[in-house]
Ligand binder design. Structure first.
Ligand SMILES: Cc1cc2nc3c(=O)[nH]c(=O)nc-3n(C[C@H](O)[C@H](O)[C@H](O)COP(=O)(O)OP(=O)(O)OC[C@H]3O[C@@H](n4cnc5c(N)ncnc54)[C@H](O)[C@@H]3O)c2cc1C
Length: 468
């Protein structure tokens, strides 16, 4: 029997994996993962993502070994590695689950064309999203730009049941081509090793993801509509990194809700919908992380960088009166702004690679609106530090907060970090946990005045709208 290759990407799981199922049905399966930092346009992983990826690949390797399927790890340009591996194994089939970024699709299309010409059986599958972005269109055939009608259309579909884990005994047992040792990729931090807090909070891999999902459905879901807004309780699911890396599939998460249609279950399902909506936007706007979806924001007079030009890449100048913006940006990153809701969030992020959604919104609004700093700088910081850093959800949410995105929060909606703290951390537990020195002279003073910076932000917004 000829070997068949299943090429793993953002789907690091053996359950509900249609590409793995196809490979097992077709031949003696070999799994391949390529760390591609060379193909044009592919965004390099941030530090926290690399940590997660290392552990996730280790877990995947074990899950595959239990099925008797070897996992080959290779680093380099995906197109040439997939070709070489396929050829040297004499494989008859090549299977993968689809990706939706433009650069990734270009790579995949090239390999598909080559494999077809080479006479291989090649097929790709839907596994990472509940909808295929090109299939869900408005009545006029375009992309959805507003969430509610988008989700109404998508959620009206019947989503397939998750696929079972393949049975053992379908793995390739012949000689394998050379492959890399996971440790040789250096994905884990060296000196200093900042990953202790990540390991405290997270166990990457599908088994831990399934456990967290089961625990959440049993204990957290019924109170989700209230709990999800409270950073001081464990009210949200913490499933985001498992979904990001495909250790859990959205089909598994959707069906775990069963027939529950309580208010909490519907709200939770619609959060999965926001994930879909972010990917819908990214598919239709591949430059989501670097270009405003609303072009009028190209004129926004950012304090930094851009020197008031609206351009995130222009670091020559600062808007007059904002010379301290780079220092304020560092204070924001390090959780030293003097605003405890922002600082607690940033410290939680640095420690654990994750920040509660409510606090992400507050921290992002503070950066963009009170400090006047370009949303792309915040997006890049989150990209580097989040274990769930997602090529679609991260930029889409930053643009949502900044007001430059699809169905975005209007720019003039400026979160007051103090009011948010009183409302969503009423007993101060979240703040006390992350800022032990809060309320003592050691805690930094507020770096800006909320009232003045709010007025300046609204003025800048007015300026942007007045220029034609
Ligand atoms: C500035 C900013 C940046 C963000 N960057 C990311 C990112 O890089 N990756 C990421 O997965 N989420 C991102 N989010 C969305 C959201 O904050 C996280 O998905 C959520 O906090 C994860 O926690 P949870 O799994 O407990 O969420 P839950 O509330 O339990 O939600 C369940 C799942 O729904 C999805 N989801 C929930 N809210 C959103 C949302 N607003 N947008 C997209 N998907 C959502 C996630 O997959 C999440 O795991 C960002 C939000 C903001 C405001």
């Amino acid at each position: 029997m000829k070997p068949s290759i299943v090429w793993f990407r953002d789907d690091l799981r053996v359950a509900d994996n249609p590409a793995l199922r196809a490979a097992v049905d077709d031949g003696a399966a070999v799994a391949l993962y390529v760390l591609d930092e060379e193909s044009q346009g592919i965004r390099a992983h941030g530090g926290a993502s690399r940590w997660w990826l290392h552990h996730s690949l280790a877990a995947l390797g074990e899950d595959l070994a239990a099925l008797g399927i070897p996992l080959l790890l290779r680093r380099g340009d995906a197109a040439s590695i997939v070709r070489k591996t396929t050829t040297s194994l004499g494989a008859g089939g090549l299977y993968w689950n689809r990706r939706y970024g433009a650069a990734e699709r270009t790579v995949d299309a090239g390999i598909k064309a080559w494999a077809g010409e080479a006479g291989l059986h090649v097929a790709s599958f839907q596994a990472s999203l509940l909808h295929e972005p090109w299939e869900v269109t408005t009545k006029t055939g375009g992309q959805y730009k507003v969430f509610t009608p988008f989700w109404r259309t998508v959620s009206a579909q019947d989503f397939r049941e998750p696929l079972a884990v393949p049975e053992e005994g379908h793995g390739f047992t012949g000689e394998l081509p050379a492959y890399d040792e996971l440790d040789s990729w250096g994905l884990l931090p060296g000196k200093p090793d900042w990953s202790g807090g990540l390991a405290e909070m997270w166990t990457p891999g599908a088994a831990a993801g399934h456990k967290r999902l089961a625990d959440f459905v049993a204990d957290g879901l019924s109170n989700y509509s209230e709990g999800r807004n409270r950073p001081d309780t464990d009210g949200s699911s913490c499933l985001s990194p498992y979904l990001r890396w495909g250790e859990l599939s959205p089909f598994e998460v959707w069906h775990s809700l069963g027939s529950r249609r309580s208010e909490s279950a519907s709200i939770f399902a619609s959060e999965l919908g926001w994930r879909e909506f972010c990917w819908h936007q990214y598919f239709h706007n591949p430059e989501l992380a670097t270009a405003n979806l609303r072009p009028e924001f190209d004129r926004f007079p950012w304090a930094w960088p851009g020197g008031g030009t609206g351009d995130a890449n222009n670091s020559n100048g600062k808007h007059p009166g904002h010379e301290s913006a780079p220092e304020e940006f560092r204070a924001w990153q390090q959780g030293r702004t003097g605003f405890p809701m922002v600082d607690a969030g940033q410290r939680q992020l640095w420690h654990s690679g994750w920040m509660h959604n409510r606090v992400r919104m507050v921290a992002a609004s503070f950066l963009v609106k009170n400090l006047g700093i370009h949303w792309q700088l915040g997006e890049q910081w989150f990209w580097d530090t989040l274990v769930d850093a997602d090529p679609a959800s991260n930029p889409a949410n930053w643009q949502w907060v900044a007001g430059s995105g699809a169905d975005a929060s209007p720019f003039f909606r400026i979160f007051n970090p103090e009011a948010q703290r009183v409302k969503f951390d009423p007993q101060g537990k979240y703040i006390a946990h992350w800022i032990p020195e809060f309320g003592t002279p050691e805690y930094p003073e507020e770096i800006v005045d909320l009232k003045t910076t709010r007025a300046e932000a609204l003025e800048a917004y007015k300026e942007m709208r007045e220029v034609h």
